[in-house]
Design a protein around this ligand. Structure first.
Ligand SMILES: Nc1ncnc2c1ncn2[C@@H]1O[C@H](COP(=O)(O)OP(=O)(O)OP(=O)(O)O)[C@@H](O)[C@H]1O
Ligand SMILES: [Mg+2]
Length: 387
């Protein structure tokens, strides 16, 4: 195809093109650091002042300046967060094209607000994740039901056998006493015959306790799965939920600390929410607290209570603490200082979203080497919710 140069003014065509370009477009001079051109779409976005420093916080503005200053090759899909007029956070997507003009370098960039798109994507992802999760729960529920049936049968069988053994023990004990009276003290299984009367019943009671704990753990797990399958809101006993989570994480807790303390205030009013989601929040916060501990002798203290007409769950750790420079970002999605060890940076983000859905809030008090106190406040049910 032959391109006709006849009377065609490329500059004019180009200026028309950028003027009506579908997205906000800006031409920046990088030496003097000034805007050379800004199209209508960009003016609409930035307002009369046409200044980027108005829409970014200081740190974000610094990132924006760096992005343009260091742009020597085409940069696509660069993302910077910004403050929306309604006070909420937004996300801008930049495409940058540097162009050498004699001694100068200009950068042409387009940008667009992708906040809504990202939110929709996130919602879709959450919905899909929820569907997959529910599906998994259904199959786990099937498996746990049959396993727990088997285990409970074995537990019942063991308890019954122990009861019979215990009855037999009373007779055996009588024989031991008679033998002892005739022949003096002797040793049975490394234990003095005079002490055996108090030791054997204790051993049997601890065996029954152990069996009951196996049964309870299985029941807790079954309840956890069942609650997960109901996605609605119900009245929740916060203490019972904390206890169940601690039971489920028992082994995990033991790996991180030998100083684990739980102090729950009795007769707390019930709160309204989804049990499985509340359990998820406690698991996330407790896991963070455990991961922050540098040694097993450092402690964790969980407590519940009422403050300012709200129920609270407090998780206090003697861990490394949160340095003040990262504090503003810890609730942001994908912010993590633990990528190397498998962190995804979603724990606090999701926990905050869940607690806000319940009408509550999360407050953090922490500092480097100071440990961390996280308090979750939840509104309680004032009429039917009270015990
Ligand atoms: N109790 C805590 N002590 C010290 N730092 C914490 C504590 N809780 C959170 N943090 C900091 O906040 C960051 C974000 O926490 P978050 O739970 O959202 O993500 P993560 O723990 O890194 O990953 P994930 O929970 O998704 O596995 C952590 O990487 C950590 O730096
Ligand atoms: Mg976490």
């Amino acid at each position: 195809m032959k391109v006709s140069q006849r009377e065609t003014n490329i500059g004019e065509i180009f200026s028309k093109f950028i003027e009506f370009y579908i997205e906000p477009l800006v031409i920046f001079e990088t030496e003097r650091y000034e805007i050379l051109y800004i199209n209508e779409k960009a003016k609409d976005f930035l307002g009369n002042a046409a200044s980027f420093s108005d829409i970014f916080r200081q740190e974000e503005y610094f990132n924006f300046v760096k992005l343009i200053r260091n742009c020597y090759s085409i940069e696509e899909k660069r993302v910077i967060t910004f403050d929306k007029k309604n006070g909420k956070k937004g996300i801008l997507l930049f495409n940058l094209y540097p162009i050498a003009c004699g001694d100068h370098r200009v950068v042409i960039f387009t940008f667009k607000d992708i906040t809504k798109k990202i939110k929709e994507k996130e919602e879709k992802r959450k919905k899909n994740a929820q569907l997959i999760f529910q599906d998994k729960l259904k199959s786990i529920d099937l498996v746990t039901s049959s396993i727990s049936h088997e285990i409970n049968n074995i537990c019942n069988f063991m308890v019954n056998n122990l009861k019979i053994t215990f009855q037999a023990w009373n007779d055996v004990f009588q024989l031991i006493r008679e033998y002892e009276e005739e022949n003096g003290e002797f040793i049975i299984g490394g234990i003095q015959s005079s002490e055996i009367a108090s030791i054997i019943p204790k051993l049997m009671v601890s065996l029954i306790d152990g069996i009951n704990r196996i049964s309870d753990t299985i029941d807790d797990f079954k309840k956890y799965i069942r609650e997960g399958l109901k996605s609605g809101f119900s009245l929740i006993d916060v203490n019972e939920t904390v206890r169940r989570v601690v039971n489920i994480l028992n082994h995990h807790i033991f790996l991180y600390t030998e100083n684990f303390n739980v102090r729950l205030q009795e007769s707390l009013p019930k709160i309204r929410g989804n049990i499985q989601k509340l359990e998820q929040v406690i698991i996330n916060l407790l896991t963070n607290a455990l991961q922050s501990l540098s040694e097993r002798c450092k402690g964790i203290y969980i407590s519940t209570g009422i403050e300012d007409e709200r129920v609270y769950i407090e998780i206090k750790d003697e861990g490394v603490g949160i340095p003040s420079n990262i504090m503003p970002y810890i609730f942001e999605p994908f912010f993590s200082t633990k990528y190397a060890t498998g962190g995804s940076g979603l724990g606090l983000y999701l926990s905050k979203a869940i607690i806000e859905e319940f009408g509550g809030e999360i407050i953090i008090d922490s500092g480097e080497n100071k440990g961390t106190i996280i308090k979750v406040y939840l509104p309680y049910e004032s009429e039917n919710g009270k015990f």
